[in-house]
Design a protein around this ligand. Structure first.
Ligand code: FMN
Length: 206
């Protein structure tokens, strides 16, 4: 089978891509709405883009002609928290994608406890094993749908005790969830360790 993307609608293309680019890590993002409620939503177009200062990015689409609450809140306040959810948080994470009015706090609706952040006014989720306080640094717009890729600098990283060994996160212990196509999720399968590559200091940030 061969596909010419110019024959596909945005929705058809989205369906294919979300099955091709798998598994995807998920940024579970808290923002503050105009009325001060804690907005929460998952975004699986997520990666890190630079290590120093640490920067992470994810892409937010639009609902019809308007941007989703997360993008609007981030562009207004320029601060947000990116969380990593573990297996136990799969259901609340999924539920937090429900479309609700901008003034409704998904964190409150789902009974998720929040904690004050250290560097920004946006609270973080107490239950998440990792929370990264972020300040918006760059917004890039892509495609006919004008999806916005939001890049933020990580100002503070909160990591649950016991997850870091020798400066590295223990992936099995973190037990993160990831997104497949549709309402499908996965957890980590077999982890195999291959030989470490020789890295010069010059290349270690690549
Ligand atoms: C696991 C998961 C990943 C998602 N990833 C994205 C994404 O990368 N980009 C996007 O625009 N919407 C994504 N969505 C949909 C948004 O979470 C959904 O539209 C949500 O209602 C947006 O909330 P907001 O209006 O409060 O920002 C995803 C949904 C789920 C369940």
């Amino acid at each position: 089978m061969h596909v010419d993307p110019s024959d596909l609608s945005a929705q058809e293309s989205y369906r294919l891509l979300t099955g091709i680019v798998v598994p995807r890590p998920i940024a579970w993002v808290s923002t503050l709405s105009g009325t001060g409620g804690v907005n929460l939503a998952p975004f699986s177009t997520f990666t890190f883009v630079a290590p120093k200062p640490p920067m992470v990015g994810f892409s937010v689409g639009r609902k019809g002609s308007t941007y989703k609450d997360t993008a609007r809140n981030i562009l207004t306040r320029e601060t947000y928290v990116v969380h990593i959810a573990d297996r136990g948080l799969m259901e609340p994470l999924h539920e937090s994608a429900e479309e609700v009015a901008p003034e409704v706090s998904e964190a409150e609706m789902l009974g998720l406890e929040t904690l004050p952040s250290d560097c920004i006014e946006v609270p973080r989720l107490a239950a998440a094993p990792v929370a990264m306080e972020c300040r918006l640094r760059q917004v890039l717009e892509f495609g006919d749908t004008r999806s916005r890729f939001l890049v933020g600098e990580v100002l503070r990283i909160h990591i649950r005790d016991g997850l870091v060994r020798d400066g590295k996160i223990d992936s099995a212990e973190l037990d993160p969830i990831c997104r497949l196509a549709g309402p499908n999720y996965a957890t980590l399968g077999e982890i195999r360790t291959l030989r470490a590559m020789q890295q010069t200091k010059k290349h270690s940030g690549a």
